[in-house]
Design a protein around this ligand. Structure first.
Ligand SMILES: O=P(O)(O)OC[C@H]1O[C@H](O[C@H]2O[C@H](CO)[C@@H](O)[C@H](O)[C@H]2O)[C@H](O)[C@@H](O)[C@@H]1O
Length: 383
């Protein structure tokens, strides 16, 4: 498999090393040692530093709990409507003005740079196109947002890049004209009738109309392992109230948003117990979710690079890629656009100040929608 991987993965820095921790909760005995069964292409394999300290107290030693607590804005900072309170609004405004200007107020500036260029648009799903909600299966996109995405895709090649399984995110977005990259970019699909132009992509019939799409799945060899780990995680977390284990095909999400905070350590421990026997899997943190994925050098940033190449838009001076996302996993894409040869703008969606590799910010999905509409208006005004 010849996959260009010119950028190093920043993901590993936010993945605490796996501990040898043991708590007094049920321990999984896995019948399967994934390392032995696996022979994925070595070009894509990452080396994950794993702590081998012998005795560690618990998952706290690895900073998992700290990462879990900081993985989503605390309720004291964000009210129900996802807007900061008056007390924190000043801090937010300072952060925005000094570090990550609003992509709405900077719209003309962005567009002056975009003049004469072809825009390629990459959109994260959860927290970007749909608001964060308690129940992952209910993160619906509004029809107004769907129209905004549909309109913008008439003018610019548009891709949805999500941690969710491709099927699930397609079900939510439901626009056949877009590119989709599910499982954090490990499951890429072209619109019907289009090709991904890669020697390892394959054509399949997907929908009821039997239309052909082109798929690229760099982690397909991991599927049997992911399925086993999924079963183990469902079983081991079964007794923890509020846990949800989500099958994202090439990765797994273990949600703790609805778990009592006092039990977050148990969740982390269950995950640790399972994945410690799978050195070919690694853990990353999302918004109140632990994400387990293959140790391959592939992420949302790589997916963006891949799609730009597929579209024939890579390394072109007259192309401006724009990526909009809210999560830590989107940082890989922001970094690629900031530092890589395909220079573009990352736009962080956040209602609270945080550090990012993005250039600009938007406060929430409603501002994302406004930004998308502005892009359409701008394009139409260009004639
Ligand atoms: O890459 P994304 O499209 O942003 O997907 C990242 C994860 O999003 C989902 O979880 C998050 O949103 C849920 C619904 O608002 C929320 O309940 C959960 O706490 C968030 O972590 C999705 O369920 C995960 O599988 C994705 O990996």
């Amino acid at each position: 498999m010849d996959i260009k991987s010119g950028h190093s993965s920043p993901v590993m820095t936010d993945s605490p090393p796996i501990s040898n921790a043991r708590l007094t909760i049920r321990q999984n005995r896995l019948p399967y040692s994934s390392a032995a069964a696996l022979s994925p292409n070595s070009n894509l394999l990452l080396t994950v530093p794993r702590k081998k300290t012998g005795v560690l107290d618990d998952v706290k030693s690895n900073g998992w709990l700290d990462a879990m607590k900081s993985s989503s804005p605390p309720p004291s900072l964000v009210n129900k409507d996802n807007f900061s309170s008056d007390a924190t609004d000043m801090t937010y405004r300072e952060w925005m003005q000094l570090k990550y200007p609003s992509a709405l107020t900077s719209f003309e500036k962005i567009m002056s740079f975009a003049k004469g260029k072809r825009i390629a648009l990459f959109l994260d799903y959860d927290g970007t196109l749909s608001p964060i909600v308690e129940e992952p299966d209910c993160a619906y996109m509004s029809s107004a947002m769907r129209s905004a995405v549909q309109n913008v895709a008439k003018y610019f090649p548009t891709a949805i890049i999500s941690g969710r399984s491709r099927d699930k995110v397609y079900e939510f977005v439901n626009l056949s004209e877009l590119y989709y990259a599910g499982s954090h970019g490990m499951d890429i699909m072209s619109p019907a009738g289009e090709s991904l132009n890669h020697e390892h992509s394959r054509t399949v019939s997907v929908n009821e109309k039997g239309k052909d799409v082109n798929l690229f799945q760099p982690a397909s060899e991991f599927l049997p392992m992911i399925d086993k780990v999924l079963c183990s995680l469902i079983e081991s977390t079964n007794d923890i109230k509020g846990v949800k284990v989500e099958d994202n095909k090439f990765c797994i999400s273990v949600h703790y948003r609805n778990v009592e905070e006092q039990n977050w350590g148990l969740v982390a421990q269950c995950v640790d117990d399972v994945i410690r026997t799978y050195p070919k899997l690694r853990l990353t943190h999302g918004r109140k979710v632990l994400e387990i994925r293959p140790v391959i050098d592939w992420n949302k940033g790589k997916a963006v690079t891949f799609l730009l190449e597929s579209l024939g838009l890579s390394n072109c001076e007259d192309v401006l890629p724009i990526y909009v996302g809210d999560d830590r996993t989107d940082e890989d894409a922001f970094k690629v656009l900031r530092d890589g040869p395909n220079h573009g703008y990352g736009i962080l969606v956040s209602a609270v100040p945080k550090d990012s590799n993005a250039f600009y910010s938007l406060r929430d999905p409603s501002e994302v929608m406004e930004f998308l509409k502005s892009l359409v208006t701008w394009k139409r005004s260009m004639g």
